[in-house]
Design a binder for this molecule. Structure first.
Ligand SMILES: CC(C)(COP(=O)(O)OP(=O)(O)OC[C@H]1O[C@@H](n2cnc3c(N)ncnc32)[C@H](O)[C@@H]1OP(=O)(O)O)[C@@H](O)C(=O)NCCC(=O)NCCS
Length: 148
C-alpha cells in the first residue's frame, strides 16, 4: 500500500462521503486541509484529511476506507500514518469528532484516543438529514484526542 499527499481538488469525494454524509462540509474543510490517499496498485483504497487548527492542535477531519477493503487493517495503517504526519508537522495533540457509538469509537480508542468532550446535539444541529447507524440516530458527537 502506498500513501501520498494529493491536491484538495483530487481528493476522492465519494470515498470521503463514507465518513461524512455532507458534500458541502467536506468541500469546506478540504480547502484548508491536507488530503492523503492510499492506493494498492492503481486502486484507491483509503483516504484521510488532516488540518492544522493552530496552537499545536491538528484535527483529523475525515478517514475512510472503501467498503470492499474495510476490516483488513488498512484503516489502522492510515490512522497511524495520520498520527505520525501530525507529529512531524509539530502537533502536540491530534483531535477528531465521532459518534457516541459504533465500531469507529473502538477503532480510535484502540489507537490511544481518549474522550475529551461531548458535543450535545451536534449531528442534529449541523446536518440537514438524520444520520442512522445500526437503527440508532446519531445525535451527540464525541470529541477525542491523542496527546503526544
Ligand atoms: C472506520 C474505518 C476508516 C476503519 O478502517 P478499516 O480498514 O475498516 O479499519 P481496520 O480494518 O483497521 O479495523 C477496524 C475495526 O472496525 C471493524 N470494522 C471495519 N469496518 C466495519 C464495518 N463496516 N462494520 C462493522 N465493523 C467494521 C473491523 O472489524 C475492525 O475491528 P476488529 O479489529 O475488532 O475486527 C472504515 O471502516 C471506514 O471507512 N468506515 C466508514 C467511514 C467511517 O465511519 N469513518 C470514520 C468516521 S468517524
Amino acid at each position: 500500500m502506498f500513501i501520498k499527499l494529493v491536491p484538495s481538488a483530487d481528493a476522492p469525494l465519494d470515498l470521503l462521503l463514507e465518513a461524512d454524509p455532507s458534500t458541502d462540509t467536506i468541500r469546506r474543510y478540504l480547502a484548508s486541509s491536507s488530503c492523503y490517499v492510499a492506493t494498492i496498485g492503481n486502486e484507491t483504497v483509503g483516504a484521510y484529511v488532516i488540518q492544522s487548527m493552530g496552537d499545536g492542535i491538528h484535527e483529523l477531519m475525515n478517514i475512510a476506507v472503501t467498503p470492499a477493503h474495510q476490516g483488513k487493517g488498512i484503516g489502522a495503517k492510515l490512522l497511524e500514518h495520520a498520527v505520525n504526519m501530525a507529529r512531524e508537522l509539530g502537533a502536540r495533540r491530534l483531535e477528531l469528532g465521532t459518534g457516541t457509538f459504533g465500531y469507529q469509537l473502538t477503532f480510535y480508542q484502540r489507537a490511544g484516543f481518549r474522550v475529551v468532550a461531548v458535543e450535545r446535539d451536534y449531528f442534529l444541529i449541523h446536518y440537514d438529514e438524520p444520520i442512522y447507524e445500526n437503527g440508532i440516530q446519531h445525535k451527540d458527537r464525541l470529541r477525542l484526542a491523542l496527546k503526544y
